[in-house]
Design a binder for this molecule. Sequence first.
Ligand SMILES: [Zn+2]
Length: 310
Amino acid sequence: MDFMDSIRGMSFFDMHVHMTSRTTDDYQAMADAGVVALIEPAFWLGQPRTGVDSFRDYFASLVGWERFRASQFGIRHYCTIGLNSKEANQEELAEQVMEILPLFIYKEGVVGVGEIGFDDQTAAEDKYYRAQLDLAKEAGLPVQIHTPHRDKKQGTSRSMDIALEHGLEPGMVIVDHNNEETVREVLDRGFWAGFTIYPFTKMGNERMVDIVKQYGPERIMINSAADWGISDPLAVPKTAALMKQRGISDEAIRLVTFTNAVTAFAQSGQLSLEELIQPVGIDQSQRYNGSSILRGGQAPRVDKESTIIK
Ligand SMILES: [Zn+2]
């Protein structure tokens, strides 16, 4: 992996990645590439859920088992909790999810309400987006907004309009999945601008380099949004390497791949820069509720250089 040579010694914060659908190999590769912390926003399964208990268990795993699993690779795991836009369209279920959200958003490691916003821009999406903005405001938590793939420009403007209408400060709102069409307005209005480097659909990282060159590093942050689709959990370190190769300063790279996300989400009171620069002690024989990431008799840490698998 030659990109590793360009970024040796750097630390990264992937502020949007769905680790529940990734493997231990991904955690190991991320740790090796310098990812020290991440945020896992609550999202959908890829297929409809059949009951509120499915949400309950999922939210509980985001603040529980998944957090523990990340720690076993030396990575600090935070999450945002919310009803995502796609699932807001199952209204009967959405009502029940709204009732359990307050049980989760105050838990340790929850740094915001997210990812919420618009997908198809339906009336139901609008309703539950607004209800969750009120919840975030009441809890004093940042909001992580998913912007739609279709009618992105208009959907992004509308998401910001509604956030302001509900009394949120732009500085408490991270507008995610931006592109060349949306970035100007998001920055001009004082919101944080997240960019997802996701193969073939959202943004390629060469385009990302151009955006940072054009707009500078203020209030911009990069993530992988890696999930169960064809995605890349190393998108943040790889983009940092590309930015370095294309002449962007180390200081600017650190802002867009680490510090800006820390500043934005530290407003939750659940994370701090001081905390993030301390290494996590790794002991893979630790257990969470009696369960370990090791399976019967396994030794901690797999030696990836060896061809022999013992
Ligand atoms: Zn996502």
